[in-house]
Design a protein around this ligand. Sequence first.
Ligand code: MD3
Ligand code: FE
Length: 205
Amino acid sequence: MPELAPGLLYFPDYLDRAAQEALAAEIRALVKDAPLFTPAMPRTGKPFSVRMTNCGPLGWVSDREGGYRYQATHPVSGKEWPPMPQRLLRAWEDLAAYPDPPEACLVNFYGPEARMGLHQDRDEADFSAPVLSVSLGDSCLFRYGGQERSGRTRSLKLHSGDVVVIGGASRLCFHGVDRILPGTSTLLANEGRINLTLRRVTRAT
Ligand code: MD3
Ligand code: FE
């Protein structure tokens, strides 16, 4: 019974160890092609503690001047994003219950000190599609609430191999990463956590 809240589906250990290792290797290769960059907050230019890259036709970027947006090219190299690994597309087909494939996969890399403040994912044109999240490496303490910032929140530990599908009434929930729990996984060579989020960006025609 994986429903944590209406529309919020939790699949602990969806990827077994072999699949996690294969996916981690694919992400390492992808990061060589599309290196991690440090996004910055709109207007203030304050850097994120999380480093990012993307794969798929579109990628999420942010900087002082342009703000949050999706674009087809890497903000530093100017190259198109590499393709999405097949096993991520398969996870979407298996779990997302949405007819069209994801257009963007945001790759977040958290070092042991990185965190992500409470926010909503609302830079996409179509909220009828869910967001699908895959965690790799160290566990984290995750926090999520309701559709208002001031609402009560719950904590959830996310572990390597876990998948969360955020759809329906939970699609616009506030959420964030309170902290990484270093040393909780042996998957990656170094401490830290990788999170992959698959998203639809444009409105289906
Ligand atoms: C919403 N990333 O990139 S994954 C983001 O772990 C982002 O890196 C987080 O938020 C990360 O925008 C979260 C998506 C996620 C996972 C579980 C949730 C969103 C959730 C549970 C409740 C509500
Ligand atoms: Fe988010």
